[in-house]
Design a protein around this ligand. Structure first.
Ligand code: NAD
Ligand code: DAU
Length: 364
């Protein structure tokens, strides 16, 4: 049995992971530590009454030490972060505070409780991103675990720094660590600032779909449940001190993702006439194509052109492979957002509208 501390467990991937772990590892203790920033939401953990929830900050080292001791924690899965590239361009300091200093605080607590204190077998799993490797040209080989770090945004620079801290705590102090670097996640509970949920909800309201630059940037799309399976594989089979790349096997230009989304929304409205009554401003409610909302806007500064994951190591060592195609994962995601209108309406509050104005109003 495992006693697990999940940081950022009320955010998008963290909450999906907590649901996944509860479903597949009944009986384990799960403690969630989350500061409930704009991206954190208690509703993401609805129905999980036996999960211990601690509202607090990973930078509070004394709090983390208390939680590790009180719950005899042997496993930390570290998701907590500022995660949105565009926000890091507008306000980089918060990314250094949370992603770098927050990770330092967790490592400090883990070292003092696990290495200097209890000496119990342990694992610190650090969830990171493929963005630490920088950007690829169209014919470059995909990122492998030995690709040199070359982060380009304040977000990816802060994640790269945190990865280096985790590596150092293993090599210097002997902490049992594993790091995973994954590609773009999508699925239930994703905050509607990221491409797929933002565009879905805009499409339902008849609002423009703001495509940065020429829309030919390439990402590898990973359904969040496949990512959870990848983390589970790292936790159970990953070698101490190693890093593993986790991808979705779905390298696609943004325009292809957006066209898939538009076509799927059109098809959903055609199949279910009740949607037109629920979302009367959607073009699809008036028999018009959702693609009519596509709008090319000023590019993101420093926008990485292409990410791609070489997952040979995860496949060979962990037996990991994504279980879903993008088409399957996207169809399920569209269904989830249509069925959970109350969830996304509740989080599109004043601070969300302020963010939309900050990021999009000045874009030509
Ligand atoms: P998210 O923004 O949806 O959630 C982040 C969570 O962390 C929120 O619940 C927030 O309240 C919490 N948090 C923030 N600061 C905190 C602090 N100081 N103390 C405690 N909790 C705090 O993020 P996400 O998309 O779920 O990403 C989770 C992790 O996965 C991040 O580390 C991110 O860098 C990484 N990642 C995300 C993606 C992706 O596509 N979303 C891809 C690769 C890696
Ligand atoms: O690659 C992993 C990373 O994926 C994670 O580390 C980050 O936490 C996560 O946010 C994500 O970063 P991206 O910047 O790739 O995701 P985002 O959804 O913001 O954008 C995806 C692509 O869509 C990117 O090329 C920018 C583009 N885009 C995004 C938004 C929000 C647009 O064209 N218009 C938009 O309004």
């Amino acid at each position: 049995m495992t006693n697990m501390l999940v940081t950022g467990g009320a955010g998008f991937i963290g909450a999906n992971f907590v649901h996944y772990w509860r479903q597949h590892h009944a009986g384990d203790t799960i403690v969630v530590l989350d500061a409930l920033t704009y991206a954190g939401n208690r509703a993401n953990l609805a129905g999980l009454d036996d999960v211990v929830f601690e509202h607090g900050d990973i930078r509070d080292t004394a709090l983390v030490e208390r939680l590790l001791g009180d719950h005899a924690v042997d496993t930390i899965v570290h998701f907590a972060a500022e995660s949105h590239v565009d926000r890091s361009i507008h306000g980089p300091a918060a990314f250094v505070d949370t992603n770098v200093l927050g990770t330092l605080s967790l490592l400090t607590a883990a070292r003092s409780v696990w290495l200097a204190g209890s000496g119990r077998p342990h694992r610190f799993h650090h969830v990171s991103t493929d963005e630490v490797y920088g950007t690829l040209g169209p014919n470059d080989p995909a990122f492998s675990e030995t690709t040199a770090y070359a982060p380009n945004s304040p977000y990816s620079a802060s994640k790269a720094a945190s990865d280096h801290l985790v590596r150092a705590w293993h090599h210097t102090y002997g902490l049992d660590t594993v790091t995973s670097n994954c590609s773009n996640n999508y699925g239930p509970y994703q905050f509607p600032e990221k491409l797929i949920p933002l565009f879905l909800i805009n499409a339902l309201h008849g609002r423009p779909l703001p495509i940065y630059g020429d829309g030919q940037q390439v990402r590898d799309w990973l359904h969040v449940e496949d990512h959870c399976r990848g983390i589970e594989a790292c936790l159970t089979r990953g070698r101490v001190g190693e890093t593993y790349n986790i991808g979705g096997g779905a390298e696609l230009p943004n325009l292809t993702v957006i066209d898939t989304l538009c076509a799927a929304v059109d098809a959903a409205f055609a199949a279910d006439p009740a949607l037109a009554a629920r979302f009367p401003d959607a073009p699809a409610a008036k028999g018009l194509p959702t693609a009519s909302l596509k709008t090319f806007v000023t590019d993101r500064p420093g926008h990485d052109r292409r990410y791609a994951i070489d997952e040979t190591k995860a496949r060979n060592e962990l037996g990991y492979a994504p279980a879903r195609t993008f088409e399957q994962g996207f169809a399920a995601t569209l269904g989830w957002y249509l069925a959970n209108e109350g969830w996304w309406r509740a989080i599109m509050d004043g601070s969300y509208r302020d963010w939309v104005a900050t990021n999009y109003a000045a874009r030509a």
